[in-house]
Write a protein that binds this ligand. Structure first.
Ligand code: HEC
Ligand code: HEC
Length: 312
């Protein structure tokens, strides 16, 4: 081939500015094939799958070819099987059904195993942690806070190893299932202000907080005597009773009297006096047996015990 032939290409014959020509090179073969293949694919796809809008509806594709079957729950709670042509919603329902089946498998496993065995099963614990976190944020976090750390004056901390109602699996389970309602009677009618001040000083002495030793000694006698009879609920050692959820008064953990936040000695005494004067009835932990399924309560028990920490 001569040099001239190689350079000669077909043109449309249009020429601008003396030498600017419009070429008519054929399209590359790969491009042509690509075009035919995508074109064919599109036509086949339009026929088989939902594609073109027509008025308020759309073409549904070849019936039976792209059908999707899933289980749906009706408004009145019945489970029904539905078959429709493929669409995003039905595919979503299929995915949800699969997820629910997988979740059910794990929940059944938790329900059938002992707490100790669940705790030792690393794969199952991953599920407990993620499902437990969701259940906890939905139901418990409004009171116990997102991380379970609780709030003084409102709800107890679930992340420490201090338990008013006991920290074993069974005790935590009983708490969640049936709820708890700590009750301490008001003493405003029974004791005078001086006696209540003495008792407050004794309570402070139990956890080695600064206190008036003379008042505390008189408070000790009242605490263990029949006049105030605090020992009846808090125990002779002041450590509380888990059957009653009566606070352990000998540790530095406070739920109602906010001693750590009090700046002056007077504030500390007054905080405790308030509790003794008015009693306590606001510690209400709801019962969850009416709102959660047994397997959800069991899973939450493991979550609180193992994952929030501090379980016994
Ligand atoms: C309406 C607020 C509220 C909600 C919601 C709530 N709790 Fe409680 N919970 C409390 C209070 C208040 C107490 C302390 C009861 C008392 O003082 O007698 C408590 C106590 C507990 C205890 C016992 C702590 C101890 O020291 O023995 C556990 C365990 C517990 N809750 C777990 C849960 C779980 C799990 C959930 C979610 C399913 C939950 N709570 C939802 C308010 C709540
Ligand atoms: C009928 C049983 C009962 C008697 C009697 C009783 N308490 Fe209590 N007390 C409780 C319970 C239960 C709680 C915890 C309430 C809760 O958490 O919902 C509590 C809580 C307290 C607290 C709050 C601790 C905190 O963490 O903030 C103090 C202080 C206290 N009691 C002191 C006393 C003193 C002093 C007496 C005697 C005058 C007394 N109690 C008598 C049942 C009792």
């Amino acid at each position: 081939m001569s040099q001239e032939n190689k350079n000669s290409v077909q043109t449309t014959g249009h020429v601008w500015d003396d030498d600017l020509q419009e070429l008519t090179n054929p399209l590359p073969r790969w491009w042509i094939w690509g075009f035919y293949i995508t074109f064919t694919f599109a036509v086949v796809y339009w026929l088989f799958y939902p594609a073109w809008p027509i008025g308020g509806s759309y073409t549904k594709g070849v019936p039976g070819f792209n059908s999707v079957t899933y289980t749906a729950t009706t408004v009145d709670g019945k489970q029904v099987k539905k078959t429709t042509h493929w669409n995003m919603r039905s595919q979503f329902m299929v995915d949800m059904n699969e997820l629910t089946a997988l979740q059910k498998k794990y929940f059944d496993k938790v329900a059938s195993m002992s707490y100790e065995d669940v705790s030792k099963d690393a794969e199952l614990m991953q599920f407990v942690n993620s499902a437990g976190k969701t259940l906890f944020s939905d139901n418990c976090a409004p009171c116990h806070q997102a991380g379970g750390q609780g709030k003084i004056g409102f709800s107890p901390n679930l992340t420490d190893d201090n338990w008013m109602y006991g920290g074993t699996y069974d005790q935590i389970h009983t708490t969640i299932e049936g709820g708890r309602r700590g009750y301490m009677p008001p003493f405003s009618q029974v004791l005078n202000d001086e006696q209540i001040t003495q008792l407050a000083n004794y309570v402070l002495s139990l956890s080695s907080e600064p206190h008036d030793p003379v008042a505390a000694k008189a408070g000790d006698a009242l605490f263990h005597g029949e006049g105030a009879a605090c020992y009846y609920c808090h125990g002779p050692d002041g450590k509380g009773k888990i059957q009653l959820g009566s606070a352990n008064l000998t540790d530095k953990i406070w739920l109602w009297a906010n001693i750590p936040a009090d700046k002056t000695q007077e504030d500390k005494v007054n905080d405790i006096k308030n509790v003794i004067y008015n009693g306590l009835a606001k510690g209400v932990m709801p019962n969850w047996n009416v709102r959660l399924k047994p397997e959800q309560i069991k899973l939450l028990t493991v979550y609180v015990h193992d994952s929030l920490g501090g379980g016994k």
